[in-house]
Write a protein that binds this ligand. Structure first.
Ligand SMILES: *Cc1c(COP(=O)(O)O)cnc(C)c1O
Length: 349
């Protein structure tokens, strides 16, 4: 297969700097779930660490441990999904902070910490309306009281209080923030002093300063993936870090054949909708097969010419979101589809 995903680590570092400038004095937690949004966990974590990132958001405990292996001792790592006692033991051993949004999990974590004679660092999660785990407001006062008691016993350290918001409408986010503020008051009343209050992801971290608190959890914007229907990458001051491209295999009359298809992650719904980058400018994507696709030819097209699906050199700004909007989805959906079998390469331009 000649298709490849080129990842520009220089652009990653520039985006990280842009995000940090925007959200300061709040800290940046770089979210690296889903193999760093398909760009490759280890190279992204290494480059981000070199760019000064000290907090990583890892989704599950296993990914958190993988990040620890890459960054070494210094970085702080946060994982918000722990499915089993093994996960909790592994997180404690690797000094991965655990997000806890459930009273039973809090007890399990405390037990794991007691057994391993190590402090477990936790971030307590309030459900502010998304209903994607998190402690419901009616159970929150009892939950924080219990966490304070376990902390006083020296078993856990409550590092953070956090939640996740939809970022779909300002009004809904405002409602969520009111619940979050109340949850912080309740935590304080229980005697907790969380150093890290975090609520916002990419969109709110830029658009809503009052949502930044001590830290923002940002994935998409650091990878140069803007929000669908939102400000352009240029307006945000961000660059796409991934370039998905493939060589022309051969010219078939009025079309050229490229070695990249639906099985490699090119959505077939883009057929007759997407314009892709070619040496002669934009050309229409004519069809998407399993492993090969057709693009409208240009004069003197030849085998070996490069066709760019997204990234600099593609149409528009080249973000995965430009393609996503053609088929009514979000940029992450396009970026995450790229098969792990598509070769990744890393450059610092
Ligand atoms: C994915 C995720 C983020 C990052 O969201 P982006 O919009 O990509 O910045 C933040 N927090 C949680 C809990 C997430 O799952």
């Amino acid at each position: 297969m000649t298709a490849r995903l080129r990842v520009d680590l220089e652009a990653l570092a520039a985006n990280i700097e842009r995000v940090r400038d925007t959200v300061a004095p709040a800290e940046l937690m770089l979210v690296v779930k889903d193999d760093a949004y398909g760009h490759g966990l280890a190279p992204v974590v290494r480059a981000a660490s070199a760019a000064g990132v000290t907090w990583f958001g890892a989704f599950d405990a296993r990914t958190g441990c993988a990040v620890r292996d890459v960054v070494g001792d210094d970085a702080r790592i946060f994982a918000w999904i722990a499915a089993s006692r093994d996960d909790l033991d592994a997180a404690i051993a690797a000094r991965v902070d655990v997000g806890v949004g459930d009273a039973e999990l809090l007890e399990e974590l405390a037990e794991a910490a007691r057994d391993s004679r190590a402090l477990a660092r936790v971030h307590l999660k309030i459900d502010t309306g998304l209903h994607r785990n998190g402690v419901r407001p009616e159970a929150w006062p009892g939950f924080v009281a219990r966490a304070a008691a376990i902390e006083a016993a020296g078993v856990i350290e409550v590092v953070g209080v956090w939640s996740h918001i939809a970022e779909a409408s300002d009004a809904e986010d405002d409602d969520a923030r009111r619940i979050y503020e109340w949850a912080l008051e309740q935590a304080a009343a229980a005697g907790l002093r969380p150093a890290m209050r975090h609520l916002a992801a990419s969109a709110a971290s830029f658009a809503r300063p009052e949502f930044r608190y001590d830290m923002v959890r940002v994935g998409a914007f650091c990878y140069g993936i803007r929000s669908a229907g939102g400000p352009s990458a240029r307006e945000l001051g961000l660059r796409p870090i991934g370039t998905l491209e493939a060589d022309v295999l051969r010219v078939d009359g009025a079309a050229v054949r490229i070695e990249l298809g639906a099985l490699d992650g090119l959505p077939s719904s883009l057929r007759l909708r997407a314009t892709v980058g070619t040496p002669a400018g934009g050309r229409q994507l004519l069809s998407v097969g399993d492993s090969e696709s057709l693009v409208a030819a240009w004069p003197d097209a030849a085998a070996g010419d490069v066709v760019t699906i997204y990234g600099p050199g593609a149409q528009g700004e080249g973000t995965a979101t430009d393609l996503a909007e053609l088929v009514g989805t979000i940029g992450e959906e396009i970026a995450l589809r790229v098969s792990p079998l598509v070769q990744r390469s890393y450059t610092r331009r």
